[in-house]
Structure formats: C-alpha cells, structure tokens
Write a protein that binds this ligand. Structure first.
Ligand code: GLN
Length: 552
C-alpha cells in the first residue's frame, strides 16, 4: 500500500515527539498521536508510536473494561491500552511490547535489575533511575522499529502527580538532544452553553502546568467542538508562548479517520518536519483520502446488534470496551459503502423476559464479543439460539464463540447441562474447559499475563465459508482467553452438524466454528477485530457485513 514507505532520506538523528494532554482526559490524544504518525509516515518517514500509561498496573490485562476500556493485545501477547490499537490501525504496522509502558512495568524492571545487582552497589533512587529506565525504553522502541520519528503519548494530563516522572523523562531527553525533541500539547477549549464563547483560559493554565515541569510546548493542538478562530489563536500564542501558526485547530469530526486529513489542511506534517529539521517527500495520502470519501458517501444502512455486558457506567453508555470491534465493523462496512448502525444490547435483558429476545429480529446481524464471567451469559445463549434458528448473521468473538458451542451442545447435540467450566466448574459436560497448564494458573492465582495471549497459527479447513472468506489455508490471529473447546466433545458436536473450520494444529485446539445451512454463523476463539485495518478490513468482518446487507 502506498502510504507505507521506508525512509530513503539521508539519515539524521532519531527524532522524538512527545504528546501531552491538558485540561481533561478523553480529548483525543490517542487519535492526535495516531494521526500525526500517519501524516509523517505519508511524507516518507519510518514512524513508530509509544504509549505511556501512568497507572501502577503492570499491563492492562487485569483491569475491568468499564474502568479502562478495551484491553488491546499485541502480536507478541502484551495486553495494553486501546490507543495501541489506534496506532496500529493508522500506521498499518505491528507494534511490540517495547512500545508500551506503565508506572508498574517501569518500576518492576528497575526492581528486577536491582535484585540482580545490576546497579553495582549504588543506592537506587526514583530520580534518576526511573527516568533513565523510561528513556532507555523509548530509545529501544525507536531502534526496534528503526524509526526516524518516534511519537510518545504520555497518558493523563499536565499537572497530575501520576505522570510527573514521565514528563521528567521527556525533559531530560530534550536536555540531552535539544534539536531532536518536540512537545505537542493536546488541550481542550470549552464553549460553556451559558456563555456561548470558546474559552482559552483552561489551556493557558495547562500550558503553565507544563512549564512548571520544565517543558515548553512547541505546538498546541486545540481540541474543541468548533474550529478555533484567529483571535483565539493569537491569544493562545501570546499566553502560551507558541507562534500562532503552531496553534492547530482540531474541531470535533464525525469520524476519527478524517483527523489526519484535517491536520493536513493546516499543513501539520510540514510544520512538524520543519521543526525537526527533516526534509520531507511529497505527501501521499491517496488511499487514506479515498477511504474517507467512502465514509462520506456510505449511504445504505445495516443494523447490527452487539450483545454484551460492559456498557453502562452510571447514566452513560460506554462503548469503549469494544472499540476494536466497532472499528472492524466500520472498516468492512465503509469499504462496501455501507453505513453501520450499531445498537448496544445488554444480554441480561433476555434473562427475565424471554419474549424480549424476539426484538433481535430487527437486526441485520448480531455480534457477541469477548467477555468474562457469569453475568448475562444465559441471555447471550438465548440471543445465539435466536440468531441460529432465525438465520440472522452471527459473528461470535472469543466468548461469543465459546457460548455458541455451549448453545449448540445444549440445544442441537442435546448434551445435557453442557456449559463452560468458567461459569460452572462442576458441569457434567464442560464443552468449554480449562486446558492443562491453565489450571495451575487458576489454582495459584497467577492471573496477570497468563492467558493464551497474542498470535497463534490457525489452519483453515477446505470447503468452509471461513476458507472462502480468508482465501488462504493458514492465518495468524490474536488471542486472549483461558478456556478452550473441549476436544472430548468434538466428534459428538461435529456429528450434530457443528463445523470445525479452523484449528491450531500445534496444540490441537479448535479456533473457528461455523454452521452450514445458515447465511452466516461463524465463531472464532481469537479476536479478528484486533488486526482489521481501515484500508485492509478483516475478511471475516467483510463476510459478516455482506451477509448483513443480504439479510436486510
Ligand atoms: N472468558 C473466556 C475465556 O477466558 C473468553 C475470553 C474472551 O472473550 N476474551 O476463555
């Protein structure tokens, strides 16, 4: 694809851009980072991105998605923040565990080094040893990816205790290489409804807070519901000590994929490269632009119901827990000029009132995404049965696949009391079970980073729908789960009509199931959503949205 280029420019020092937040969280630092990465890549540079999360968890694997949003999984198995998914989707690349760090992981490795006598008898201190470790990791990420430009997003906002050591690391790196480091402040400009005017003061404060950490922003990305006018650009310029030309207006947009294009209206890549003293090639965003045109012109709606449980937080509905699923649906839909309308359905609704499940008939397709634990499981089973019997396209992702096997075992293969051992460890028929090795983790409560994680090979059976969609005999997909289809029941399930469409031959594990005489019924033990790209939608999602379109 044309936006992926390796650098042929004369090698200069590696460059680093730190992206720091101001005013409040959730203003789009991740999308700003991803978009800057893409536009710099489109000028012919190798770009990589690093995410720093200030929490003490060693990785994102042990957090509730309601708390933190989706846990993204890298090819090498690291469980990390959803922003890493955005970086991969925008850059169309595979990142590695060195591209991600948390306060917990940084301290953990410093302590491990101390235990291994790696500090030569010195007193190990927060400063400089923690910033040194952070800087080493950033440099390692740069060298691992041979990056001309490394963009580092520091989580949280300026002025918090939690990210101070990371800001300190950035300050020290700048001191070491003043020419090669830029700071971008992504801040928010509110328009209070009673005042009706865009206010710059919170951003002025954010810039000062950054100053108090010894850092001067080189550029401000001004997020707001509306574009920034010249008066406010001037004001921010004077008060925050940046040139007005370096205040970038970043109004809300309908789709995150338009952000890079908007940035380029402001010539952001040229400005950044000039500051970094790098000579750019001609911009090449052709394919990306044509993808955004497809978004703009998609007009045929398909209605998809996502049945899950991580939606409600107080009075708000959160879809962050399933961000990669949503993006994968969008990639596949937009590429076919379809406009997906997604409804969130709490599966526990079907548990008390079984009539409610018939409400699913309004959907062109149903997805049950990954999940854990008991809440809402019986409701999900009802939804799966409904989709199977009423021939509504169904895509089950991980838990959604495991539960499809439970449903089939109970209602078609008539295996009494069939269940997953995750919910009922004493079930007489654990069609989904824990495998050898994982049982020890549960016993010993070794829960962090101990699931089946990251990329595994999967052989696709010939003459299946899955094979037709992938159009290849072997794929590599990303996993995050502890339980598996129990091979003891494989024959019985196959006899009852369940098709085993994909297996991992090395470990003899079922990876994909499908049903014949159904327009589309596929379940995957892995998470195909994690590797879907805007310009290269995942084949199973493509097949799914096509089936949705047909079922309309
Ligand atoms: N809870 C299931 C397991 O651990 C499925 C996990 C998931 O959906 N990611 O195997």
């Amino acid at each position: 694809m044309s936006i992926r280029k390796t650098s042929k420019a004369k090698k200069s020092n590696p460059k680093y851009i730190f992206v720091v937040g101001g005013v409040m969280s959730g203003v789009g630092k991740g999308i700003t980072t991803s978009s800057m990465a893409l536009i710099l890549q489109s000028r012919g540079f190798n770009v990589t991105a690093v995410k720093i999360d200030p929490y003490v968890n060693v990785d994102a694997g042990t957090m509730n998605p309601l708390e933190h949003g989706e846990t993204f999984v890298l090819a090498d198995g690291l469980e990390c923040d959803q922003d890493m998914g955005n970086y991969e989707r925008f850059l169309d690349t595979k990142l590695t565990r060195i591209n991600y760090m948390t306060t917990g992981s940084v301290y953990q490795s410093v302590i491990e080094q101390e235990r291994a006598l790696k500090f030569g008898g010195k007193c190990v201190s927060v400063v400089p040893h923690i910033p040194n470790e952070v800087i080493n990791r950033i440099k390692q990420a740069q060298s691992t990816h041979n990056a001309d430009i490394t963009i580092i997003e520091i989580g949280g906002t300026a002025g918090e205790y939690e990210n101070l050591l990371f800001l300190e690391s950035a300050r020290l790196l700048k001191l070491e290489n003043p020419q090669d480091i830029l700071f971008v402040l992504v801040s928010y400009l509110p328009i209070p409804s009673k005042i009706g005017e865009m206010k710059t003061k919170p951003t002025q404060h954010a810039s000062r807070l950054l100053n108090s950490a010894g850092i001067q922003a080189d550029m401000i990305v001004a997020r707001s519901s509306h574009p920034l006018d010249d008066i406010r650009k001037q004001k921010l310029s004077i008060m925050c000590n940046v040139s007005a030309d370096d205040v970038i207006s970043a109004p809300d947009v309908d789709s995150i994929y338009h952000v890079p294009i908007n940035f380029e209206y402001d010539n952001l890549s040229t400005k950044l490269l000039k500051k970094l003293d790098l000579r750019p090639r001609k911009r090449d965003l052709k394919e990306w632009t044509s993808f955004t045109q497809k978004i703009d012109t998609a007009n045929k709606e398909i209605k998809i119901g996502i049945v899950g449980k991580y939606f409600n937080s107080g009075n708000f509905v959160l879809s962050d827990a399933y961000i990669s699923v949503i993006e994968a649906i969008k990639h596949a839909s937009f590429s076919a000029r379809l406009k997906p309308v997604i409804d969130w359905i709490d599966s526990s609704e079907f548990e008390n009132d079984s009539k409610k499940v018939a409400g699913l008939k309004q959907y062109d397709g149903i997805i049950i995404p990954g999940g854990f634990g008991e809440r809402g499981v019986e409701g999900k089973l009802k939804a799966i049965q409904y989709a199977r019997e009423n021939k509504i396209p169904y895509l089950g992702l991980c838990y959604g696949m495991q539960l499809a096997v439970v449903e089939y075992a109970r209602n078609v293969a008539k295996i009494k009391g069939a269940h997953t051992a995750e919910i009922d460890p004493k079930t007489p028929n654990p069609v989904i079970d824990i495998i050898e090795g994982q049982d020890i983790n549960l016993e010993q409560e070794t829960m962090g980073a101990s699931m089946r994680l990251g990329e595994y090979l999967c052989d696709i059976a010939p003459k299946t729908l899955t094979r037709k969609l992938y159009n290849t005999a072997q794929v590599q997909e990303r996993h995050r789960h502890r339980y598996e289809v129990n091979n003891t029941y494989r024959e019985e399930l196959e006899k009852a009509g369940l098709i085993i469409a994909g297996v991992n031959t090395e470990n003899n594990l079922v990876e994909i199931i499908e049903l014949a005489s159904h327009p589309f019924f596929i379940g995957t033990q892995f998470h195909p959503e994690l590797i879907s790209h805007p310009l290269n939608p995942h084949p199973l999602f493509k097949g799914f949205v096509k089936a949705c379109q047909k079922s309309k």
